[in-house]
Design a protein around this ligand. Structure first.
Ligand code: ATP
Length: 244
């Protein structure tokens, strides 16, 4: 029976309150769509939610299962089911060369050095970037470093890829290139964004507001409501009223 198939992303009553202040309040989400967006104001809890879904942070209450894996407890299994692309590539790059950076995640998955090297070669070929293998990462532009991070995540073949504002800081041609690359990816994408235009073709939009899900559903329904609310706030708001 279809109802018995667990959803790819399953959150039940997730609460997160570091320093006793609630950041996420009773979040429940069951989703199996291939393209899911998370929108919300600054400080509404989007990145916190992404970190919990990736298993990088444990919630104070509630259950998180991605493809059936308890990502907070089983870190090795979590690496196989969920990958993360942060807004700033420099927050995730740790190695000096492109091949070392991409290879690291693969050896973390348990691949031998030879197997990892084959997979590094394959992903670089797929993106037409074989000549980057020995390149010093710090010499690449921000957009190029972002692409290295994306290749590193894709090489690990996770079922779900979390994207935290992946277009921030990228110029228009680089953004369009990244958008085309993302559109062609098989995995489920969960994208955090402030730009409704980049996710209007998605399957589902989740609107976070002060740590709770205010609305979720089809982009054609949720995005206009979100944009109208943000525009209204923009008319009266000042920076001292930023959420958080
Ligand atoms: N570990 C933590 N300790 C204390 N406060 C935290 C912690 N993590 C997040 N917060 C607070 O939770 C709130 C939500 O932060 P979060 O980064 O999840 O929001 P966001 O929606 O991603 O914001 P933005 O759009 O500005 O990136 C903020 O007020 C932040 O200061």
């Amino acid at each position: 029976m279809e109802a018995d198939i667990p959803p790819l992303i399953a959150l039940e009553n997730v609460q997160f309150a570091p320093e006793a202040t609630p950041v996420l309040r009773d979040i429940s989400l069951r989703a199996s769509e291939r393209r899911i967006a998370i929108v919300g104001r600054n400080g509404s809890g989007k990145t916190s939610l992404a970190r919990i879904i990736a298993g990088l942070v444990l919630p104070d209450e509630g259950r998180v299962r991605i493809a059936g894996v308890d990502v907070g407890k089983d870190r090795r299994a979590a690496l196989k089911v969920v990958g993360v692309l942060f807004q700033n590539p420099d927050h995730q790059i740790i190695f000096p060369t492109v091949e070392e950076e991409i290879g690291f995640g693969l050896t973390q998955l348990g691949q031998s050095k030879a197997e990892a090297a084959r997979n590094v070669t394959a992903i670089l070929e797929r993106f037409g970037k074989s000549h980057w293998a020995r390149a010093a990462i710090h010499r690449l532009s921000q957009g190029q470093r972002q692409l290295v991070c994306l290749m590193a995540v894709l090489a690990m073949r996770p079922k779900v890829i979390l994207l935290d504002e992946p277009f921030a800081g990228l110029d228009i041609p680089t953004s369009l290139h990244l958008e085309r690359v993302l559109d062609g990816i098989d995995a489920t994408l969960l994208q955090i964004t402030h730009d409704p235009a980049t996710v209007q073709h998605y399957d589902r939009v989740v609107w976070l507001d002060e740590g709770s899900i205010r609305q979720q559903g089809a982009p054609a329904v949720v995005l206009p409501a979100f944009t109208a609310a943000m525009t209204e706030l923009g008319g009266v708001d000042d920076l001292s009223d930023l959420a958080g």
